[in-house]
Design a protein around this ligand. Sequence first.
Ligand code: ZN
Length: 133
Amino acid sequence: MKSITIEVSSRQKTELIDITSEVQQLLDGAGFDNGICMVYVPHTTAAVTINESADPAVARDIIMVLNQVVPWKAGYQHMEDNSPAHVKASLVGESVNTAVAEGKLQLGTWQGIFFCEFDGPRRRRVRIHLING
Ligand code: ZN
């Protein structure tokens, strides 16, 4: 297994950032042809998901619904005052796995990989684990 860390800078409090091209460039640079690409977010207030990248309104709608499901004020007990970000991170999840064939991420036509910021703006790390197959 080969592991590479990339950095992502968020600009908003809550933001979905399409990192598909960075991940694909990393595969190209590593000469990784076939296997599994795991994208892992080592943070407690950020996450990663795969969803539509063709229409940016989809990412905005996902944020809108997450903000409705997880309100900013709800009598949270965590004293850091960022519990909504922790809850959203757990709902969305910390990793995605994508097959790689002949050096290309095997995503659907409309799919992209999104880093999900829930407590930005911050500089974040994303770990890419390449598992030969
Ligand atoms: Zn916290």
